[in-house]
Write a protein that binds this ligand. Structure first.
Ligand code: NAD
Length: 307
């Protein structure tokens, strides 16, 4: 494939300044330019966060996110457009965000921050704070995110189990269950953590029955995609105290609507889909893009190919 001009679509600006990535890639043999949607018709390839129909005229589209559930796979295939994603770079960032939720819940930091907003000097009840060593976390999805979470929590003394389709063992997980046994897998866990992609199979995988299977003192975490969770079932589980709390980065509707009851819940931590944010994001994406530009020039197969 001939790439004469690589565009950095301005939608990446939701995560880092597009010019940072353009500068990072300035030494490529291919010219790199920041473009808006109208400007993509001069390009052969774009690096982007959002999807636009005009991309179906291109040779190659690279998503700066790992999740590409909003891209129309069939149309990419029909138009012979390569789609690559950014899986592989979010292990430590998301792992540390999840560790942050767990440390906030265990050390009661979220309630201290809430009290600070009102200048209230308010200590937790004697039996509210706890420590993480010896606690158990069940991680659904054992890919990049799942492994990053397992690694980070493992170093805090948490026992980590996993759920994947095959149920085969994965390094870093003390036990692995097949997806169909997920209710048994989460039954004993202090923390249940979703790191899955959104697919037809994972849509609403965490439903009322799933939350019923969890312990009533367990915390739920979602850093995968909002629609993996039946959000009204999650709200019901939280309101009826059938689970203890939740750390949520992704939602069925983003931004999370102002009227969502989740905003007001004491044991819910909300982050605005930024679990993977880091000042180095553009460098990490740049590494993947550079490699694929070189592979395309050498007529080799690209990495992280989705379509
Ligand atoms: P990955 O491809 O490395 O891992 C995904 C894993 O899920 C794979 O091991 C895959 O086999 C497994 N899987 C797929 N369907 C399954 C099912 N039905 N049951 C069990 N396992 C299943 O991808 P990743 O980089 O770990 O990212 C995973 C997802 O996390 C992305 O698709 C994206 O939606 C989301 N994500 C969110 C953020 C964020 O900012 N919150 C950042 C990166 C990724």
């Amino acid at each position: 494939r001939e790439i004469a001009l690589l565009g950095i679509h301005d939608s990446v600006g939701g995560v880092f300044p597009p010019t940072e990535l353009a500068d990072e890639l300035a030494d490529l043999p291919v010219p790199v330019e920041v473009v808006d949607t109208d400007g993509t018709d001069t390009c052969d390839a774009v690096v982007t966060r959002k999807y636009d129909d005009s991309f179906l005229e291109l040779e190659w589209v690279h998503s700066i996110q790992a999740g590409v559930d909003r891209f129309p796979f069939d149309e990419f295939e029909a138009n012979d457009v390569i789609l690559t994603n950014s899986t592989g770079i979010h292990d430590r960032t998301v792992g540390e965000t999840v560790a942050g939720y767990l440390l906030a819940f265990s050390r009661r930091l979220h309630t201290a921050i809430a009290a600070q907003q009102d200048r209230r000097w308010e200590r937790p009840e004697w039996d509210e704070a706890f420590t993480l060593p010896g606690k158990t976390a069940c991680v659904l999805g054992t890919g990049t995110l799942g492994s990053g979470v397992a690694d980070t929590l493992g170093s805090l003394g948490v026992h980590v189990t996993g759920v994947r389709r095959s149920g085969d063992p994965v390094p870093g997980f003390e036990a692995v269950f097949p997806t169909e046994d997920r209710h048994a897998a989460v039954a004993d866990a202090d923390f249940v953590i979703v790191t899955l992609p959104l697919t037809d199979d994972t849509h609403h995988l965490a439903d009322a029955e799933f939350f019923d299977a969890m312990r009533d003192d367990a915390y739920f975490v979602n850093v995968g995609r909002g629609s993996i969770v039946d959000e009204s079932a999650l709200v019901d589980a939280l309101e009826s105290d059938s689970i203890e709390g939740a750390g949520l980065d992704v939602f069925e509707t983003e931004p999370l609507p102002a009227e969502s009851p989740l905003w007001e819940m004491d044991e819910v931590i909300i982050t605005p889909h930024c679990a993977a944010f880091t000042v180095d994001y553009f460098r990490d994406v740049g590494g993947l893009v550079r490699e694929n530009v070189e592979r395309l020039a050498a007529d080799e197969s690209v990495v992280n190919r989705v379509i």
